[in-house]
Design a protein around this ligand. Sequence first.
Ligand code: NAD
Length: 288
Amino acid sequence: MVRSDTEHEDKAMTMNATTAPTATGTGRLLAGRRAIVTGSTSGIGLGIAEALAEAGADIVINGLGDLAAIEETRQALARRFQVKVQFVGADLAGAAGVEALIGEAEAAMGPTDILVNNAGIQFVSPIEEFPAAKWDAIIALNLSAAFHATRAVFAGMKARGFGRIINIASAHGLVASPYKSAYVAAKHGVIGLTKTVALEGAQHGVTANAICPGYVWTPLVEKQIAEQAAAHKISREAVIRDVLLAAQPNKAFATTAEIGALAVFLSSRNGASITGTALPVDGGWTAH
Ligand code: NAD
C-alpha cells in the first residue's frame, strides 16, 4: 500500500480498517515533524521543546534573554536529542515580530507541522491600579501573538493536510482570580481562538487545542510570588500555601515535563480526533 503523506488522507484511507489505532509507545513519535515553540528559552516552553525534540521533531525555539545562554540551550537540545534546533529571537509583542518568527523559522527549517503558542507574561494588580500599558502588553503577547502565528501557518497546514496548533492557555482560561484582569481575559480569549481554529481546521487534518496548566514551577511563577506578597501584604510562604496552591487540590506544582508530554501526545497521530478542547493540567483546581 502506498502510504500517503498526510494524516487527513491516511484517516480516509483507513476508515474501514479493522486494526486499532497505534499505541503511543515510547518511540520517536514525531520523527520528521517540524515544530515552532514560542517563548521556549525558559519554563514551560523549554519543557515542551525538550519533549518534542525527545519525540524526534526538529524545533525552532524562540524567546528573550541572554543570547549566550540561549545558544547553550539550543546546542544542548540538538546534541541530547539528535534533532535540528534553530533559534529565532523575534519579539512577539507585535504582529510584525510574529510574522518574522514564522518567516525565519520556515526559511530555516521548512514548513511548520506543529505550532505551540506558549510565550506569555503576567502582571498582578488590583484593577483600579492596573496600568493600561500592562493590559495592552499582556493582550498583545498572550492572545494576539497566538492569532498572528496561527494565521501565518494555517494555510500551509491545511494545504498539506496536517497540522497541530497547541495554545498554552491556563486554568485562568477557565476560571478567574482577583488582580489578574488582563491575564484572565487573554487566556479566556485564547480558548475562544482555539475553538474557532479547531472548527476551521477540522476537515483539513489540522487540530487546535489549549492546554490549561494550574501552577507550574517556572520563573514566571517565581516572579508572581513577590508581586502577590506585595498585593496581599503577606509572606512568601503564605503566598505559596494560601494563594498559589490554595485552589489546587493536590497541593503540588505541575511540572514542565508533564505539559511537554501532553503536547507530544496532541502532536502525534493518535491526537487526531482531539480538537477544540481546553485540557486542564491543574491538580483538580478547575474541578471545584
Ligand atoms: P516564563 O517566564 O518562564 O517563560 C516565558 C517565555 O516567554 C520565555 O522564554 C520568555 O523569553 C518568552 N517571552 C516573554 N516575552 C516575550 C516576547 N515579547 N516575545 C517573545 N518571547 C517572549 O513563563 P512560563 O511560566 O514558562 O509560562 C509560559 C506560558 O505558560 C505562558 O503563556 C503562561 O501564561 C502559561 N502558564 C504558566 C503557568 C505557570 O504556573 N508557570 C500556569 C499556567 C499557564
